[in-house]
Structure formats: C-alpha cells, structure tokens
Design a protein. Structure first.
Ligand code: C2E
Ligand code: CA
Ligand code: CA
Length: 880
C-alpha cells in the first residue's frame, strides 16, 4: 500500500495544507484519512497541463498499467479516442481544471487492454502557498460493473420495444452512431441484413444525399436527449426509393451520455407524395389555376421527385382525340406531333391506354408494335420506353393519359407506380373540374332556352367587335329586336308555347347571318344583333330580312304563328362609340318603331330614318315598276371611227317615276341589287333589247348590235345561257347582234356558277364586253380569264384625257392591250372634239358619248340615225 508513488502523494497532500494547524494530532489524523482514501479509492495526480505525475496501486490495477508506463504520459492515455485532446469534451475538462475549479462526474476511460473503465471521479486542483496551481488530483472509484449492468438493462429495454414483427424499420446504433441492430422490418424495407451493415452509420447508408447540417442537428439533438425527426427520400439496397419518416430516439445513461440511438423508420411515400403533389395541386385548383398550368406543375413535381422520368399528360376529348396538356421536358414539336391523334388499339402507349382504359407498358419503343407509327417521334429524343396510365373520371370515362417516358429500356418500378397513383387522381380531378368549369361558363354566358349568348357575353363580344371596327374604320350596326305581341302569346297560350316561340325567333334571327355577326338574348322577348362591317343601308336590308324570316308561318303545337318584331337600329360610330350607348339608342329606336307601325324598324338618327324610309318607299316603287313594266330602255349609239358607220347601241335602263320623276340607274340599279330585284330587271332588259332589235330589223333599220349591261348577280342564275338562247331564237336574232357588258366584279363575288355561265354564253356566239375597263382591280389577269372580245375604256379616263398625262398614258395602254389581244376598244363618255381627236390619234376603234348623242328612246335614236351624216362630217369622223 505504501509504495513510492503513494508516499509521494502522502508527502504533499493538499489536505494538510488546507488544515495545517501544526499540531501532531492533526497531522496524524490527516495521515489516517489519506491512508483510508489510498486503500479504498483510485488516486492519480497530474501536472496542470495534464501529464501523469503518479497514481496509486488501485488506479494502476484497474487500468493494468505499471507506474513506469504511466508516469510522464498524457491523460489521454486512459481516455477513449473520442475524448482525446482536440476533442471538445477533453478540452472542456482541462479548461475547467486549469481555472482552479474541480470537476466531478461519470467518465469513460480505457484500460491498457482496451476494456472500458467507468469511473465516478472527482478531479481536484491543488495549489501552492502563493495560490499557484500545483497539480490536479483525481480521486475515483471504478463503477464499470454498474454501468455495464445499466447498459444491458437499457439494451433489453429497446430490444423489447423493437419487436421484429413491426412494419416499421428499426435501427439501433451505439453511442457512436454505428449500427448494432436492425429488425426484420428494416430488412424487409431496405433489403439489408444486419451482418451487411453492422457498424455503418444509418444516415450515410440510407440518406446519402442529406446535408451535413442535418447530420449535425441530429447529433446535437441526440446528445441533448431530444428525439430527432427526419423526412427524407431514402434508398434501399436495390436502389428503390421511399419517402421515409425517421425518428431518432437517443438513449442516454443516467449520467447523460449517449449510449444508443433507436431509430424508427416509417414509409410515408404515399403521404409525402400527397403532400407534395396533392396539396400543391389542390391549392392550384382552389386558386382557379388553368388546367394546363396544373398539369405542368404535376409533371414538374414528378420529374423533381423522379429525375429519371420524363412525364407527359394528354387529354382525351369526346371524339377520342388526344391533346397535349403538359410535357415540360419535351420539345414543343413532340406535343404537336401527338396533338389530335385519335386513340386506338395501336396508337403508341397513350392512345392505346386511352383506348383500352388500362395502363400500357412499352419497355422498348423501338420494337413494340404499338409504337410502329410513332417511334420516329420518340426515339430521336432519346426516349426508349413509355408507360402510360389512363386518367379516369369519376363517371368512369377516360379523360386523359399520364405517361412516363424513360431514357432506357425498362418498366416502371414500385415508386413510379405509387407516384402515378397519386397523380392520376389529381389529374382526373383537374380535368373534371375543367369540364365543370366549361359547363358553368356555358350556364353563365349562354341563355339556356335559346342557347344564344346572354347579356354579359353579348356585351363582351360586342365590345370586341366595336374595338375592331374602330381599328379598321369600318361601320357597325346594333339591332334591338323586340317581338310583337309576345306577352299576349305567353298569357293566352302558356309559357311552354312562349318558350317555343322564343326558340323559333332565335332561329329566325340566326338565319343567314355571317359568322362574325353576334346574336344574343337580352331578356324576355328582346334580342340584339351586333353586325360588324354593316352600314345603315345594309342594316335596313337585314332588318327587312329579319321581318321576312319572322313572318314565315311557323307551327308551334297546334297553332301556326306568324311573328313580327319591332327593330331599333343604332350605328357605330355615328350614334355612339361604346356598346352601352349603342344599345340604349337602338332601344329608343325600337320604341319608335313599335309606336309608329308594327312590324317595322327605325333608326336612332332622324336622318337615317328618313333615308331608310325613302329607300323603302323607292324599293317598293321599283318592285312595282319592274312588275308593271314601267321601266324603259334608252339607246346610245356607238360609231366606228374608221368609217363613221354605226357600230352598235348600248341599252341603258330608264325609270320615270310618276311622282319622283326621272330616277338615275346609278341609284336604282344598286337598289335593285340590294333588294333582290336585279335578276328580274336583267331579264326584262335582255328581253326588251332583243324585242327592240327585232322591231328595228323588221322595219329595215340597221342597228348591227345591242349591248346590254348585266350585273354580277345576273350570272348567278344558272339558267341565264338558256334564257338568252331562247330569246335569240324567239326574236330570230343572231348571237352576234347581242353583246353583254360585264365588269370585272363578276369575278369578285366568288360564285362558282359565274364562269361556267359566261363560257356557255360565249359559246352561244354572244360577245362579251369588258365595261369600265381601267377602274377597279384591272385587269390583265381578268382579261385572260374572261372570254371578252371588246374593251370599254372607262369614261373617267376619257374625261381627263386632255389635262392628265396619266389618263392619256392609260388610254394609250388600253388601246395597245386591245390591239395585242385583238379586241375592239370602245371609248365611252366622249363629250368633245378634243377628246375625239386624241382618241383618234391613239387609234381607238369605236366611240360613244354625248358628243355623238345622249342615250335616246328608240324613236329618237331612229331619227338620230337618219340624220347623223352631217354631224359626223362636222366631226370629221370617217373622213380620213
Ligand atoms: P355604264 O354601263 O358605264 O353606262 C354608261 C353611262 O355613261 C350611262 O349612264 C350613260 O348615260 C353615261 N354616258 C354616256 N355618254 C356620256 C358622256 O359623254 N358623258 C358622261 N358623263 N356620261 C355619259 P347611265 O345611263 O346613267 O347609267 C349608269 C350606269 O348604270 C351604267 O354605266 C351601268 O353601269 C348601269 N346601268 C344602266 N342600265 C343598266 C341596265 O340595264 N342593267 C344594268 N345591270 N346596269 C345598268
Ligand atoms: Ca355599260
Ligand atoms: Ca361604262
């Protein structure tokens, strides 16, 4: 017991210094105490910088060292590696001690053979007389047995907690975070057996990508005795991914040292996918995000979670056609190539899965028969496999497909399947919502009874149309249509009949309207038409047309209805520049119409009203004039410049109204065209001209040919060639005695029958003359397409001939064109000698105009013909 080292301690015990009274008794007592300590406790002494100065027998025995081995060695010799200097625990201890404060606690130390020695220790600093730190004395007892017992108890505890049958995976590590135990649940989940991973660190093993900060946090939580939660994508042995929740529970001994961690790992893949995708998706849905954007978000999330996947979502419309909704990682042209594809039994993965209503896995696009027609779209993009899952609505319809493309030949794994399970539900929801939204849209913007746009849609569309009209400086008309006697119908015949009548009215209004026209129902029996590119005249025509359509007898149930309406018209921009104003004014005009006369229409502006009424009156008069053959034909002579001979006459329609007097064809011809009378008028002119020719012939009056003007609309009559042939036969005229004057406008209205009619007429031997040549679009391409034998230089060029060089150049050009195409060129509107001289110089063949004669009634023409010779001589026509 009294060995050199121990005596060294006894020689200079701190105790003596603290209790020194100098008495022999006191010293003896202290020596007794020290002996007792020396026998029962382990004692060691260190220099202030942590070097062993000595140790007693108990200490040396416990650690298995000889005194020579220990003296002069650092304190670390007996410390576990983790406590070595440089590590904070060791540094902290010595910092405390060097500051002169004692330390007590349970510490782990290591014996010479590596065995852990647990000490209940007190380190006490000792000082010299001046208070200088002299040494550190450690007095401890070996509590290894107790600690071992406690640790095995805690081990039993967690083993009993960690039942192998639990579905959750359990990992137990030692205090150094090394795996010492895993349960069967762990092996099932991750595929590793304990012997493969013993000693590995669980986080590095399962969550290799985790950030260092997370690991640090886990360690400090555990050291502080707090459980730590971690939600991460983990990897199993075979590379499978799961979303796991890991709760790391620290197990500390009674002294607060971490001895184990017990981690419970639960698969939360589904929950996490829901959280990431569903929550985001539902949030987007709640925010009314457009479906395409939601689909895009889903694809992006999927690709973030599963970077090896290229995803795409297609919708399927009611005709079974597929439309690209989202494919954020695929080029635009890929989606375009698939757009409109019809689903079918062999239409790639998506078309086929939509067709079958079941998933389609194609592990090799290159060779799979389903992909024969589409492989060339996918392969160049490096897409080698494709798995498509139908998106099925709650009603059981396939509304879309969700595809995973892979860059390698493979099939989906469990994780992918779970991912898609979550996504297709959301997609179905989003697509159904979209359909519902469209339905709501329809309910919100369309009138359920007539299916016409309701007030709000009508106003919105009208605003757009008005903006367009303002931009293009084109007119626009608003017609406010209010059915007459509708209340009466409703009250006497009931609402069902009333509804039917409204539907009929809606159909009538829509009849013959252009696609750009907007028709809506405001309320009750009020309808509105917004007509772009429609001026006052045109609006009046349409109002009339509406009346005609409505007035056709319609059977509803047992009753035949003849409807009528009062129509108010306002015009953009004259009556207003926004739809509210235009609508209000059309409404006012409608009341006007209703008050004045049932079944009529009225313009908002007085001036328009007057013009419209006048036009209406004129139209009625013209209709009557044509029916009652009140029109006359005048004839204007045409003279050949070469010899002064009569070339022919142009027949020009004249209308003398008993009250209004002489009405110019410039006015009534367009009117006849607008109100559908031009066909009748043209036929009358043809017949009258032929009759006159026959009459002249029978009286020996030489008029070689009559030229009749026909409007483009006249050629819509497919019977025209036959009618002409009949007329020629009836009046025994040769075809050369009739010329038809046409304008290039005949080609502009796009009527398919026109060219055929013209050819047929030409084939009869009737010649065609191109009227008003040089105006309009002119002209060479039209000349090639129309088989004309005569050109009529427009009178506007003749008028300007003397003073305008361009006009002269143009007339020159026309005569050259005529010559080269071997056409007779007629100059019309020749009013004076100067014009005549110029035309003669340029080589014109035929002239017509006031210089020779105004258009004349037949008897006057005959008189003119008889007396023309002196006139011609005075003009020196035919004298060269
Ligand atoms: P247009 O076919 O170019 O007819 C020539 C017009 O020029 C005639 O006017 C004629 O009176 C006028 N005119 C003749 N010589 C002179 C002149 O020296 N100076 C001036 N300033 N004018 C002259 P009108 O008879 O008023 O006819 C106007 C237009 O009405 C015609 O132009 C023609 O396009 C159309 N039209 C006339 N009759 C008919 C018809 O029976 N059927 C069709 N479809 N259109 C007709
Ligand atoms: Ca003419
Ligand atoms: Ca003309």
């Amino acid at each position: 017991m009294t060995e050199p080292v121990s005596s060294d301690i006894r020689n200079r015990p701190l105790v003596t210094q603290r209790h020194a009274s100098g008495s022999a008794e006191a010293l003896a007592e202290i020596r007794d105490h020290l002996d007792a300590i020396d026998r029962s406790m382990m004692v060691a002494r260190f220099s202030p910088d942590g070097v062993f100065l000595g140790a007693n027998t108990l200490f040396l025995n416990s650690f298995g060292y000889a005194i020579e081995e220990i003296a002069g060695a650092p304190h670390e010799l007996v410390c576990p590696v983790k406590h070595h200097s440089g590590l904070s625990a060791h540094q902290d201890l010595w910092r405390v001690l060097r500051s002169g404060r004692p330390y007590s606690g349970l510490v782990e130390r290591v014996a010479r053979d590596g065995r852990a020695v647990w000490l209940e220790v007190t380190y006490a600093p000792t000082f010299d007389q001046t208070g200088q730190l002299l040494s550190i004395l450690s007095i401890s007892s070996d509590v290894s047995l107790r600690v071992e017992r406690e640790r095995s108890e805690s081990k039993r505890l967690w083993q009993s907690l960690v039942v192998d049958e639990t579905d959750s995976a359990v990992i137990v590590t030692d205090g150094q975070w090394r795996i010492v135990y895993v349960n069967a649940g762990f092996t099932r989940m991750f595929g590793y057996h304990l012997d493969e991973i013993h000693g590995r660190r669980p986080i590095a093993l399962l969550v290799p990508h985790v950030k260092p900060a997370v690991i640090e946090e886990a360690i400090s939580s555990a050291n502080a005795g707090r459980p730590f939660r971690l939600e991460e994508l983990t990897f199993a042995k075979d590379g499978q991914r799961f979303w796991n929740k890991m709760i790391i529970n620290p197990v500390r001994d009674t002294h607060g040292l971490l001895v184990n961690t017990v981690s419970v790992v639960t698969d939360i893949t589904e929950a996490k996918m829901h959280e990431v995708i569903h929550h985001k998706g539902l949030d987007a849905l709640a925010r009314e995000t457009p479906v395409v954007q939601i689909m895009d978000m889903i694809c992006q999330e999927v690709e973030r979670i599963s970077p090896e996947v290229v995803s795409s979502i297609l919708s399927v419309d009611e005709n079974g056609r597929m439309h690209a909704l989202a494919a954020p990682s695929l080029p635009e042209k890929f989606s375009r190539a698939l757009d409109g594809l019809v689903m079918g039994p062999a239409s790639g993965s998506c078309g086929t899965s939509a067709f079958r209503g079941a998933e389609v896995v194609v592990t090799d696009i290159e060779t799979d028969p389903l992909w024969v027609d589409f492989a060339q779209i996918a392969l160049p993009l490096g897409l080698k496999a494709c798995w498509s899952t139908p998106i099925i609505s709650s009603k059981g319809h396939v509304v879309g497909t969700f595809a995973f493309y892979y860059r390698e030949k493979r099939e989906p794994d469990v994780f992918h399947r779970r991912l898609v399970d979550v996504c297709v539900n959301l997609c179905a929801l989003a697509l159904e919502r979209e359909a519902a939204r469209a339905e709501i849209q329809k309910l919100a913007f369309y009138d359920a009874l007539t299916e016409l746009p309701n007030r709000s849609l009508l106003l919105a569309k009208a605003e757009q149309a008005i903006a367009g009209a303002a931009r293009d400086s084109t007119p626009l008309a608003v017609l406010f249509v209010d059915l007459d006697r509708f209340k009466q119908i409703n009250d006497t015949l009931g609402h069902t009949v009333g509804d039917d009548v409204l539907r009929l009215a809606a159909q009538s209004l829509a009849q013959g309207r252009r696609s750009s026209d907007i028709i809506g129902r405001l309320a009750g029996d009020e309808f509105v038409l917004v007509l772009p590119q429609c001026d006052g005249n045109h609006a009046a025509d349409i109002a009339e047309q509406i009346q005609i359509n409505l007035s056709r007898p319609q059977r509803v149930g047992d009753v035949t209805h003849v409807l009528s309406a009062s129509i108010g018209i306002s015009l953009f921009p004259e009556n207003g520049e926004d739809i509210e104003t235009l609508l209000r004014r059309a409404d006012i005009a409608m009341y006007e119409a209703k008050a004045s006369q049932r079944g009529g229409f009225s313009f908002f502006s007085n001036e328009m009203n007057l013009r419209a009424q006048e036009r209406l009156a004129l139209e009625a008069a013209l209709r009557q004039a044509i029916r009652e053959k009140q029109l006359r034909l005048f004839y204007q002579p045409q003279i050949r410049l070469a010899d002064g001979a009569i070339y022919g006459v142009e027949a020009l329609a004249r209308w003398h109204h008993p009250v209004l007097g002489e009405i110019s064809p410039v006015r009534f011809i367009p009117l006849a065209e607008d109100c559908g009378l031009i066909g009748e008028l043209g036929l009358w002119v043809l017949e009258e001209a032929c009759r006159q020719m026959a009459a002249w012939r029978s009286r020996g009056i030489d008029v070689p040919v009559v030229a009749v003007n026909l409007s483009p609309t006249n050629f819509h009559n497919v019977d025209l060639p036959d009618i002409i042939a009949d007329l020629l036969q009836r009046f025994a005229l040769s075809p050369q005695q009739l010329t038809l004057e046409i304008t290039e406008n005949v080609l502009l209205d796009g009527n398919v029958g026109t060219l055929a009619s013209i050819d047929d007429i030409r084939d009869l031997g009737v010649r065609l003359s191109m009227d008003d040549f040089g105006t309009g679009y002119s002209s060479l391409s039209y000349l090639r397409r129309l088989p004309v034998s005569e050109l009529k230089l427009d009178k506007s060029f003749v008028r300007d001939l003397q003073h305008d060089q361009t006009a002269r150049a143009l007339s020159e050009a026309v005569i050259r064109i005529g010559e080269s195409l071997q056409l007779v060129v007629v100059a019309e509107g020749v009013e004076d000698q100067a014009q005549l001289n110029l035309l003669k110089q340029q080589g014109f063949h035929v002239i017509q105009g006031f210089l020779l004669s105004r258009p004349l009634a037949a008897p006057a023409l005959e008189a003119w013909l008889a007396k023309r010779q002196p006139l011609l001589e005075a003009m020196s026509v035919g004298s060269f």
